[in-house]
Design a protein around this ligand. Structure first.
Ligand code: GLV
Length: 320
């Protein structure tokens, strides 16, 4: 008998087909709403594998209530939506989809950095609203990107890909990481800094660290006060690493120049959130890895990880 698996959102036809060849698939068909937690809990009782997204909360209760579960295949590189310890205790494999999204996420991070620095969204709205009457000297003037200092917090694969892009703009790149990356320092000429020094010296700060208990609110009131008034903060990793209340205050009080966020503490962000009233905040709906090619590759990799996990062979990308 084929092992039973749950897929928590519609995926491309050919990916579902590939999984169906070896598994009996149950699919959450709604594209615009995630599966409610109670329904997820109910469906998980009978499955050996789940292919889920970062919108699913795979907590201890869910894991403990899934007696047949062998593998949790997350279609994302980040896995803070999964209680890894609870899975480990039960001998359940957790997998993710690294590498295939590195360059696409670095592209988006750079696009957001540039859009924020040069006020692209504001400028486009200005034009469409009929406010463009003439050319004038300081109209929509922003911050220069070239020759500036970029501070990357979290020098993993995506951090490195961002650094490579920055060098093309003649940026001076500094980084902070739990451990030094001497190979990257040597190959790219980037410089390690203690976090406070990076915060003080950078014109742009990119948050690219995983979300863990240690990185929750890593950037908060104290950290904003260390930054320059001209600094631009970009977060394309996970909400919760940047304290949103402290960010709001820093933007309103002009402690920093602007911010670009692709991720939020709560997703989707509430439309009444005060952050969304600020012209110096560029907000995107968590689209870091969203190119057609990359999303296909992620879905395919998640499918391969799922299939390997339920068939008892070792998946390519095991996080625990
Ligand atoms: C997206 O945020 C991911 O972690 O892949």
């Amino acid at each position: 008998m084929k092992p039973k698996v749950l897929i928590t959102r519609k995926l491309p036809e050919e990916i579902i087909k590939k999984i169906s060849e070896v598994c009996t698939v149950e699919l959450w068909e709604e594209e615009e709403t995630p599966i409610p937690q109670e329904e997820l809990e109910e469906k998980m009782i009978n499955v050996e594998g789940v292919l889920c997204l970062l919108t699913e909360n795979i907590d201890k209760k869910l894991i403990d209530g899934s007696p047949k579960l062998k593998v949790i295949s997350n279609m994302a590189v980040g896995f803070n939506n999964i209680d890894i310890e609870a899975a480990k205790k039960k001998g359940i494999i957790v997998t993710n989809t690294p590498n295939v999204l590195t360059e696409t996420t670095a592209d988006l991070t750079f696009a957001l950095l540039m859009a924020t620095a040069r006020r692209l969204i504001e400028a486009s709205t200005y034009l469409r609203n009929g406010e463009w009457k003439t050319w004038s000297p300081l109209q929509l003037a922003g911050q220069d990107i070239y020759n500036s200092t970029l501070g990357i917090i979290g020098m993993g694969r995506i951090g490195e890909a961002i650094a490579k892009r920055a060098l093309g703009f003649n940026m001076n790149v500094v980084y902070y990481n739990r451990s030094r990356k001497l190979d990257i320092e040597k190959s790219l000429g980037v410089q390690y800094k203690e976090l406070d020094d990076l915060l003080k010296e950078s014109d742009f700060i990119v948050v690219m660290t995983p979300h863990t208990p240690q990185t929750t609110n890593l950037i908060s009131e104290r950290e904003f006060k260390l930054m320059k008034k001209s600094t631009i903060l970009i977060n394309t990793s996970r909400g919760g690493i940047v304290d949103e209340k402290a960010l709001y205050n820093a933007l309103v009080n002009k402690e920093i120049y602007a911010a670009g966020l692709d991720v939020f503490e709560t997703e989707p962000i509430n439309l009444n959130d005060p952050l969304l009233t600020l012209p110096n905040l560029v907000a995107l709906p968590h689209i870091g890895s969203s190119s057609i090619n990359t999303r296909y590759k992620m879905a395919n990799l998640a499918a391969e990880n799922l299939i390997a996990g339920v068939l008892g062979s070792r998946p390519k990308h095991v996080v625990s």
